[in-house]
Design a protein around this ligand. Structure first.
Ligand code: OOG
Ligand code: MG
Length: 262
């Protein structure tokens, strides 16, 4: 760790205030160029601690920047990991207030819920398949707290990987009933197709993102407990949304997830 505990706390407070009050801030690596990977995850952990202390429940884990489309869009080359909290989850078909957000974008994601613990090192797609209770579709609303949605990897990790809102919908299916590589996804904004992909866009198989997450958490002395909801990362590039937009993501075999931005 390159930063002192007091600095970690201060940066977590600044980033979380920006999230909760919906304003943008400068990228933290601009002011702290020596910030290392442990510092970045320590800031995210401190944001998580602040939310839990306020009574929020952590309702899931997420992998981000797991598809080539997303890596290319954001100019980075490695996946990142974060969490989502209770108040970020919104009902399928419901409304999301843009007044609570800075510059939201949407992305379609394959999610799983685990039925047994997962840990590394050496966690594989096979282990994740065995530990998957069911698969279900979601739309994640990401909202970087950084000006113009521009960041480097350490800054986005500290900012809890742009977590903001998410909508789970469609229908749950057993992993053995699906082909998680050829499964097609169509994303529509106001009835117009804005992105398409197959689930293989995420690391060849979205379950590979979960294996990476298990290995990553084990290296940090944690594991993925049974019963964890996990988002595996956007299959297409993220699409900017504004008040008035209606979003629908259609997933082959998993149904549709939709929402309106007000
Ligand atoms: C970082 C979060 C990425 C995903 O699914 O790729 C993410 C960002 O692009 O702001 O959630
Ligand atoms: Mg995402």
């Amino acid at each position: 760790m390159a930063l002192e505990t007091g600095t970690i706390r201060k940066l977590a407070e600044q980033l979380e205030d920006a999230e909760l009050q919906a304003y943008d801030v400068t990228m933290i690596t601009a002011d702290y160029p020596d910030l290392d990977w442990d510092d970045a995850y320590a800031i995210q952990d401190e944001i998580r601690r602040r939310k839990e202390a306020r009574g929020s429940k952590i309702t899931g884990l997420k992998a981000g920047l797991t598809s080539f489309a997303k890596m290319k869009q954001m100019g980075v080359e490695t996946p990142v990991f974060g969490f989502v909290a209770d108040y970020m989850g919104k009902p399928d078909g419901g409304e999301i207030k843009t007044s609570e957000l800075i510059h939201p974008k949407v992305e379609a994601e394959i999610c799983i819920v685990t039925k047994s613990d997962l840990e590394g090192p050496g966690c594989t797609i096979a282990a994740v398949t065995a530990a998957t209770d069911f698969v279900l579709p979601a739309v994640e609303v990401i909202d970087s707290r950084y000006r113009d949605f521009k960041f480097d990897l350490k800054s986005v990790i500290a900012d809890n990987t742009s977590s903001s809102r998410f909508v789970v919908g469609g229908r749950a299916r057993a992993v053995a009933e699906l082909d998680l590589r050829t499964l097609g996804v169509v994303l529509e904004r106001n009835g117009e197709i804005v992105a398409t992909a197959t689930a293989a866009a995420v690391l060849g198989n979205p379950l590979a993102a979960v294996a990476m997450m298990a290995n990553h958490l084990t290296a940090r002395g944690q594991l993925i407990p049974a019963g964890t909801f996990i988002m595996t990362g956007g299959v297409t590039e993220a699409i900017r949304v504004e008040a008035g937009d209606h979003i629908a993501a259609h997933f082959h075999d998993l149904g549709t997830v939709s929402m309106r931005f007000t």
